[in-house]
Design a binder for this molecule. Sequence first.
Ligand code: MGP
Length: 177
Amino acid sequence: INYNVKHPLQNTWTLWFDNPGKKANTQSWSQNLKEIVSMDAVEDFWGVYNNIVKVDRLDLSSNYHLFKKGVRPEWEDPANAKGGKFSIQFPRNRTGEAINNYWLHTILAMIGEQFAYEDEICGAVVSVRKVFFRIALWIKSSENEQIVQTIGQQLKEFLEVPPNLQVEFAPHGDAPA
Ligand code: MGP
């Protein structure tokens, strides 16, 4: 067996992190985003994943963003401008460490190109907030009902979201400015 062989990913993915502790306003938000590393092989992905802080240990108000290379994890990016996001809020007290697996399943489905409309996928975000963790999946177009329905359903299945939690979809345009 040749352990030096790398298994390429279909897309290159970039991990971003944003600074905890600062109350973001629209101007500083973009400046707080830190690009960490890009990955184009399965082995590189695990190398990164195994060496970064797990979601349940991140400081309050942190976010990890994993996006296709070239797409900034912002509404303003052309890939996101007409898109929207699915989001799921996991209560911290009932979720605990399980958030690490929800996040891992989200990003594995994404980098493994498991979603029906793989070109629609822009990236995913996990957010640590006071009473909940939130996982969001960002897609390119918010107006095609078939796409929104299908990806939303798949997200629920892939993550095995508990039946009492909602997967919500909102076009980025509806986000507060
Ligand atoms: P958030 O973290 O997506 O929302 O955005 P949350 O978790 O409900 O709010 P929080 O206050 O608990 O963190 C928080 C704020 O970050 C927004 O109100 C914007 O000011 C800024 N922000 C977030 N995003 C994803 C963007 C973006 O894509 N573009 C710009 N310009 N600002 C953003």
